[in-house]
Design a protein around this ligand. Structure first.
Ligand code: 13P
Ligand code: ZN
Length: 288
């Protein structure tokens, strides 16, 4: 079932688990996420980045909306890293249940002003809003981008920001980067800082750059307010690595064999593992 993102995440927030929010840019990944959620009895979010909708076109969103309506698991559809009012309007028109406005590169005041404007237009049509304070890093090859330098979220600023903008969910910077930590090693996440932020604000928090972190750190985040964990790279790597191997070993292969059994299974297994790690497996019981 297609569900309002704020309600979906409020339940996770109150019950100390996180919902995986997975980037999709084709129907394979939509199937991967929905089937994994059904097999794990887990809620999930399908998120689409502006680059991803550019790749597939607006009609793809209709397919996603239908697929989410037709499953028994609670699913929301989210705009990942919206950069402009146009991105947000496009997502709302396409039937997403939430939007992210990412003005984290702007000054604190400008970020607040832009976000406030988005809240006004999205809340008017019951669409939830995520904004970001501080910056997420960017690893080599990351398709979501990010900042050269991580600016950690300040807890006092977070309180002011949430109170002034009226956002529903806040993306925090506690040390993650988008993509894989190839050369620099995995970062140490600032769980103490997360605790402080969580004490200052009373809305669900979001962890971006969910791939390739230490499992023991990820499982601490949802004890301290993180209710949404964004994941793209790990899932896409699992899919394309398996597809590359399969195509090399079977150069004459054609659909459906190329896609169905191997690459989709590799990605689905990965997503199911992440649902276990995020604590969302079995949690659809809270939505009945
Ligand atoms: P990863 O690609 O590191 O999983 O990050 C995804 C993300 O944060 C999308 O917003
Ligand atoms: Zn992100």
């Amino acid at each position: 079932m297609l569900m309002n993102t704020k309600e979906l995440l409020q339940t996770a927030y109150e019950n100390n688990f996180a919902v995986g929010s997975f980037n999709v840019a084709n129907s394979e990944f939509v199937k991967v996420v929905i089937e994994a959620a059904e097999e794990q009895n887990a809620p999930a979010i399908i998120q689409i980045h502006p680059n991803e909708i550019e790749l597939v076109g607006d009609d793809f969103a209709k397919y996603v909306v239908e697929a989410c309506k037709n499953t028994f698991v609670p699913i929301a559809i989210h705009l990942d890293h919206g950069a402009t009012v146009q991105d947000v309007q496009r997502a709302i028109k396409n039937g997403y249940t939430s939007v992210m406005i990412d003005a984290s590169h702007a000054s604190f005041e400008d970020n607040m002003a832009i976000t406030k404007k988005i809240v006004e237009l999205a809340h008017a049509v019951n669409v939830s809003v995520e904004a970001e304070l501080g910056t997420i890093g960017s690893n080599e090859g990351s398709s979501e981008g990010g900042a050269d330098q991580i600016l950690y979220t300040d807890p006092e600023d977070a309180k002011t920001f949430v109170e002034n903008t009226g956002i529903d969910i806040l993306a925090v910077a506690i040390g993650t980067s988008h993509g894989q930590y190839k050369h620099q090693g995995k970062p140490e996440l600032k769980i103490d800082l997360l605790e402080e932020i969580n004490q200052q604000v009373d809305i669900p928090l979001v962890l971006h750059g969910g791939s390739d972190n230490k499992d023991e750190e990820i499982s601490q985040t949802y004890q301290h307010g993180v209710a949404k964990i964004n994941l793209s790279t790990d899932m896409k790597n699992a899919f394309f690595k398996e597809m590359r191997t399969f195509l090399t070993e079977n150069p004459g292969a054609y659909e459906p064999d190329v896609i169905m059994p191997s690459a989709r299974k590799a990605a689905k297994d990965l997503v199911k593992q992440k649902m276990d790690l995020f604590g969302s497996t079995g949690k659809i019981k809270f939505y009945r």
